[in-house]
Design a protein around this ligand. Structure first.
Ligand SMILES: [Zn+2]
Length: 463
């Protein structure tokens, strides 16, 4: 399996640190607003990464933090004249609601920054002790000059940065690119006590502490949007390596932007749509298709037409499942025919090549074509439908269908089953056991089980 590693700017053979285990960390939301569709892209992509590793049999630990203390949160709380915790509680709840609506599975754990203050203070103290950080008027900064290879993740170097930068008025810093580890609290701001006075931790420190705490000294994958490479991830990496000279993560993965008319979708440009607004118009599968039909590292333009096309494409898959039964457990996929085995292998090869979901989706279309092929045996078409369901689920599609298969069946089907049960009991009364047995057997084939009791016949979906 090959994955593009931002650290070395190349596709590299992926090997987990521990056999059969994947440890991954993805930067989560700063909770002061509903997240927009551009924010949803990494949430959705890394959901697929996790699914795929699980599908391949790995035991995955996926940590996604929540930044619940930050300048923007404080500003919003001041605007609304409420406690900052009212803001964070509201938007943490909204975050999980929106993930659910997008069919994005929760991470193994979502640590909140404010639960790790002692560990953050300890890490900053350690950096100060080791000479990588210094206190200045109640703030603590990381001294980028002390880290000789600073800039290696983003490919920037300090000389270039300094040449391109405006000279800051902040004379507290030794170097304008020194970044904040601890920020002194202004009057009225939430604060925690520390050796440097009252204040709060910097964002870059939060992620180092929470990732190391839950995944260990070094882990397999660190992910996020491309905008996080610099300065956020660069600064995470610098702190982690300054502490113990071990890589924080072996692989750094970054997804491209969602653009609107050439600009990145962002809150600051005010050109965004919240995920929950888009969900009012398009369902989760459509939005997922919209993102996954492009390679994760490519930029995507938000465009109504492409969303419409995605909706149509998804409906094609649903046509398959209306026509052919699929089984919740993959009962028959162990004995795939040669042509289906080839498609499955191609799908896996596409995913193994740096998560090429766009290519993988093309194989789902091949499968749907087979499902509709009238010249092949129905059992073969059903097998194709099952494989479509299995592989589509790896990409996170069809979860609604899964719910239906798990729990319910639609109204019409329910009425039809009742009708068949009535016909069967009539047939039995008339001693036409051939018809009665056929109804029972054919329903069993569709995973519908009949049970005769004294009160009558009950039915249930086979688990
Ligand atoms: Zn982070």
């Amino acid at each position: 399996m090959k994955i593009f590693n931002t650290l070395n700017k190349t596709k590299e053979e992926f090997k987990p640190i521990e056999k059969n285990k994947i440890k991954m960390y993805v930067c989560g939301p700063t909770v002061y607003n509903y997240f927009h569709l551009g924010n949803a892209r990494p949430f959705l992509f890394f959901d697929v990464v996790r699914n795929y590793f699980k599908y391949k049999g790995f035991d995955v630990t996926y940590i996604q933090n929540i930044t619940d203390i930050d300048d923007k949160i404080i500003a919003k709380a001041n605007d609304e004249n409420v406690d900052y915790k009212d803001i964070t509680q509201k938007y943490i709840k909204a975050f999980f609601e929106d993930l659910k609506q997008l069919n994005i599975q929760k991470a193994t754990l979502n640590p909140k920054a404010t639960d790790y203050l002692p560990e953050m203070i300890a890490l900053i103290q350690d950096l100060v002790n080791k000479g990588y950080a210094y206190e200045s008027q109640g703030d603590v900064y990381f001294a980028v000059d002390k880290k000789k290879d600073y800039g290696k993740l983003s490919g920037k170097n300090l000389d270039d940065l300094q040449a391109g930068a405006r000279i800051e008025a902040n004379t507290q810093k030794h170097n304008p690119f020194d970044f904040t580890l601890w920020k002194k609290a202004k009057a009225g701001e939430p604060f925690w006590e520390s050796p440097w006075g009252n204040g709060r931790p910097g964002w870059h420190t939060e992620c180092v502490v929470m990732s190391k705490k839950h995944l260990g000294q070094s882990f397999d994958i660190h992910g996020g949007g491309i905008d996080l490479i610099f300065p956020h991830h660069e600064n995470e990496l610098a702190q982690a390596e300054a502490i113990d000279d071990k890589p924080l993560a072996n692989f750094w993965l970054h997804n491209g932007f969602l653009n609107i008319e050439g600009d990145k979708m962002s809150k600051s440009l005010n050109n965004f749509f919240t995920a929950r607004d888009v969900l009012k118009k398009y369902n989760a599968d459509t939005i997922r298709f919209f993102f996954l039909s492009k390679h994760y590292r490519s930029p995507i333009d938000y465009n109504q037409e492409i969303l419409e096309e995605s909706r149509i494409a998804i409906n094609r898959f649903y046509e398959v499942f209306k026509k052919l039964p699929v089984y919740k457990e993959n009962i028959i996929n162990d004995h795939l025919s040669t042509d289906l085995t080839e498609i499955k292998n191609n799908f896996l090869a596409a995913m193994d090549d740096d998560f090429n979901t766009a290519k993988a989706i093309a194989y789902l279309f091949e499968l749907s074509k087979i499902c509709f092929n009238q010249n092949t045996e129905e059992s073969h078409n059903i097998q194709a439908a099952n494989l479509l369901y299995e592989l589509g689920s790896v990409l996170g599609f069809f979860s609604k269908l899964k719910d239906e298969l798990d729990n319910k069946i639609d109204d019409k089907a329910e009425k039809l089953i009742t009708l068949l049960i009535e016909i069967r009991s009539l047939a039995k009364k008339q001693k036409n056991f051939e018809i009665a047995d056929k109804i029972r057997n054919d329903l069993t084939q569709l995973n519908i089980e009949l049970r005769d009791t004294i009160e009558g016949t009950n039915w249930s979906l086979k688990k």
